[in-house]
Design a protein around this ligand. Structure first.
Ligand SMILES: *Cc1c(COP(=O)(O)O)cnc(C)c1O
Length: 382
């Protein structure tokens, strides 16, 4: 079976891991946590990094740090992982959904302004599958309506966005370094992995301090064990940081490898009409976190059937996310009543992603691509 995601860990990581172990600093204090936070924040073009236990808890910290609370609304994509809505709902706020763009599968930026109300506190941007969201219009809305921008960058380590296009101030920015606060995941299938792990990144000293407090039970420095606010225990360990640091040092090679995988797949699949492949705007560097496909309408089966066919050929895949509006855990709370998000519903039933891990070989890519071609050829015109 060709696994959907096999990570590729480097030798330096083992050296640093061993060093962390032998030093005895295996809990959440230790030099590697600081070095990892600094190195990753700096790479993103931000001042502060606050490492936490995973990408989901990073979102919880970010949402609370910017002050989202009871009665507030947060505008966010429906097409994303549950972690995003969970953080909003757990903070007592209401997620307000936006459908996705059919080309990039990122939130449709044009739908946002019409959803802003007196209760809107923040826009949560989620860069999907490696491709950046068009950030300039979102930052402009945030300035106009005094909103915070939370960037979920869990799928876009190293992705680039060209800002100020068409002016003499054009500049490429890193995803995760654009909004007020951003979050990353370092789960095993992400571009950088520490097994489990996450980080909050920001340029604001206030948001950084608040995030650190929330990560560690809101301890106070003036009187140990006196608490005036409720926090969490979302700490990250020195052992994990040692693994992560080695990967930050090779992030550009990791990105190049992902882009190579995508190029190899695309060159073998682009002739199939009726198969939508990952897109890259000229203002974006897509890091192709996963290599995703959407079946065209003329293909007489859905992604579930397609995935079963690929599995029979020894190829593991994953289905697309389901929209937040289709999650019983949320609709049971009476969110999103009567709302519909047709683009998301369509890709949720017709999309899947192919093996895309960093350990993938050219032979495996060829096998996967041939299987896709074989299965689809009877149904598409050449
Ligand atoms: C993976 C992911 C997360 C959650 O990260 P965990 O580390 O698994 O908690 C959050 N948001 C997005 C967009 C993700 O892809």
């Amino acid at each position: 079976m060709i696994p959907v995601n096999e990570p590729k860990l480097n030798d330096e990581g083992l050296e640093l891991l061993k060093d962390a172990y032998l030093s005895g600093w295996i809990s959440s204090a230790g030099r590697y946590v600081d070095e990892f936070e600094d190195a990753w924040a700096q790479y993103c073009g931000a001042e502060y990094g606050i490492a936490v236990s995973n990408g989901t808890t990073a979102l919880q910290v970010a949402v609370e740090a910017v002050g989202v609370g009871q009665g507030d609304e947060v505008i966010m994509p429906t097409y994303t992982i549950i972690s995003c809505a969970l953080a909003v709902v757990r903070a007592g706020a209401t997620p307000v959904l936006v459908d996705c763009d059919p080309l990039t599968w990122c939130m449709n930026v044009e739908h946002i302004e019409g959803l802003i109300t007196d209760r809107t506190k923040a826009i949560m941007v989620v860069h999907i599958f490696g491709h950046p969201v068009d950030m300039d219009p979102i930052m402009a809305l945030a300035a106009k309506y005094d909103l915070k921008v939370i960037e979920d960058a869990a799928e876009v380590h190293g992705a680039l966005y060209k800002s100020n296009r068409g002016t003499n101030k054009e500049v490429w920015k890193k995803c995760g370094g654009i909004g007020d606060i951003s979050t990353f995941s370092f789960f095993a299938n992400k571009l950088i992995t520490t097994g489990e792990g996450g980080m909050v990144v920001t340029n604001s000293v206030e948001l950084a301090e608040k995030s650190k407090d929330l990560r560690n039970l809101c301890f106070r420095t003036d009187r140990r064990f006196l608490h005036t606010e409720l926090g969490y225990q979302f700490r990250f360990t020195n052992v994990q940081a040692a693994i992560g640091l080695s990967q930050v040092r090779e992030i550009e090679e990791i990105v190049e490898r992902k882009r190579w995988i995508a190029k190899e797949y695309s060159s073998r699949l682009q002739h199939i009409s009726q198969l939508q492949l990952p897109y890259e705007h000229d203002w974006a560097r897509n890091v192709y976190w996963v290599y995703a496909l959407v079946l065209g309408d003329e293909i007489p089966f859905d992604a579930k059937f397609f995935a079963d066919k690929l599995r029979e050929r020894g190829i593991e895949t994953r289905p697309f996310f389901l929209g937040m509006h289709a999650q019983p855990a949320l609709t049971d709370l009476r969110f999103f009543e009567g709302e519909s998000y047709p683009v998301t519903d369509r890709i949720a039933s017709r999309g899947l992603y192919l093996p895309s891990g960093l350990a993938l070989t050219l032979d495996q890519i060829e096998d996967v691509a041939s299987a896709v071609v074989d299965i689809l050829t009877p149904y598409v015109s050449a």
